[in-house]
Design a protein around this ligand. Structure first.
Ligand code: ADP
Length: 399
């Protein structure tokens, strides 16, 4: 059974084709700069053969056509006809309060995804375009919508409500939704397998740390709190996003600098985080280089602020969960930065957290990095959101 997984952004489409009998990758690729004159489509088949096409791709429909053509290509392709695609799984950022599970796309599901546009104006519309494009290019294939918010639908009301006028929640849907749910669920389940324990017996603090970053408190298989909120802007310091701030800063700075809502939205989402503090980059590799090798003080400060906020959430969720069995690190940074993991776990011995600095040197590989004496298992687990989506799609079409 072959499942195509799509992750559509405003100007890009990431895709993977997986054979789900063996869970092997048949091909993957990326269409970038959609809507620009020179769009780039890159494609790698399962044997590692790479192809790169540069041409004008005006919209998502054309992007999907080029992608399907690459999959069918006589030389580098991996399938002979589109009937070899059994289902398409789509990553959808925001499912609002509608979706408690991944769903087979029908008219009702489409209406609800569109209803959520106002809650995720950057993410849901291009992802929805991905569904429409597949309906046109591969008619009849089942489309499955997999939401980043679903895993956090178990949050209790006292955790997801904001202390704002109640009708903002009732009439306008203002509440915490949380994101990265596909990843938090995947790595939490995997931790149970690694430790040979049932994941729904464990108390887990899951740290997904990449350009976007969030922490989740997972109690016996259910998310009970998470650091991202109404949008993916809340919580940790991120690559370019500010995370938690005093909301009074917003009207203050709008008045002071004569900013529009768009200006301020742009500053909080794109010019803040470690990029805003350091003035160097949003990429942690550049920051670590600037801080550790070039003595750049602002880069060092940005890293310290990032680490401090992760430590802050781990400590808070330790209390919320009344102890933890496992702390997980995943995401590009969580998987690859020993320096960050060491800084975050340092001085947490009061919580029974102790890591082995030798084992912590690992990058991108599943490894238990805590000492045998540590009361809490600390584990690095590479995430695989595409595989989660493919499994969900397989599960739904097999019912
Ligand atoms: P997202 O999916 O949110 O765009 P990723 O999970 O791919 O982000 O993480 C990307 C980030 O991971 C990059 O900004 C980079 O800073 C960090 N990263 C990747 N590899 C390394 C590394 N070897 N050392 C430090 N940071 C790394």
């Amino acid at each position: 059974m072959n499942i195509l997984v799509l992750n559509s952004g405003s100007s890009s489409i990431k895709y993977q084709l997986l054979d789900m009998e063996q869970e092997v990758l048949l091909a993957k690729g990326l269409a970038e700069k959609i809507g620009f004159d020179e769009s780039i489509v890159s494609f790698v088949n399962g044997e590692g053969k790479k192809t790169k096409i540069t041409k004008s791709i005006p919209n998502h429909l054309e992007g999907i056509k080029v992608m399907i053509d690459a999959l069918l290509d006589a030389e580098c392709g991996v399938i002979k006809t589109v009937t070899e695609i059994d289902a398409v799984g789509h990553r959808i950022a925001q499912g609002g309060s509608y979706f408690k599970s991944s769903s087979l796309v029908n008219d009702d599901v489409k209406t609800k995804i569109k209803d959520c546009f106002q809650l995720a104006s950057l993410h849901n519309p291009p992802q929805f375009k991905g569904i429409l494009a597949i309906e046109e290019v591969v008619p009849g294939v089942p489309n499955i919508a997999c939401f980043d918010t679903v895993f956090h639908q178990t949050l209790p009301d006292h955790a997801y409500m904001y202390a704002l006028p109640y009708d903002w929640y009732q009439e306008d849907g203002v509440r915490k939704y949380g994101f990265h749910g596909l990843s938090h669920e995947f790595v939490s389940k995997r931790a149970g397998q690694i430790l040979n324990r049932k994941w729904d017996d464990l108390k887990i603090i899951s740290c997904h740390l990449g350009n976007g970053a969030s922490v989740a408190a997972v109690n016996k298989g259910e998310s009970i709190d998470t650091s991202m909120g109404f949008t993916p802007l809340q919580g940790l310091v991120m690559g370019t996003r500010c995370g938690d701030i005093d909301p009074a800063i917003i009207p203050y700075i709008m008045g002071k600098r004569n900013y529009s809502t768009e200006d301020v939205d742009n500053a909080l989402n794109k010019e803040s985080g470690v990029k805003g503090i350091s003035g160097v980059s949003s990429d942690f590799r550049d920051l670590e280089n600037a801080a550790f090798n070039e003595g750049n003080k602002r880069a060092a400060l940005a890293l310290q602020m990032f680490d401090y906020r992760v430590k802050f959430y781990i400590s808070a969720y330790f209390g919320i969960l009344n102890g933890a069995d496992v702390i997980l690190f995943t995401g590009g940074l969580g998987e690859n930065s020993p320096e960050m993991r060491e800084a975050v776990c340092k001085n947490l011995s009061a919580l029974g957290i102790e890591i082995d600095l030798e084992k912590n040197k690992v990058r991108g590989k599943e490894t238990i990095i805590s000492t045998p004496e540590s009361k809490v298992a600390v584990i690095v687990i590479p995430t695989d959101e595409e595989l989660v989506i493919a499994r969900e799609a397989k599960d739904i079409i097999s019912r």
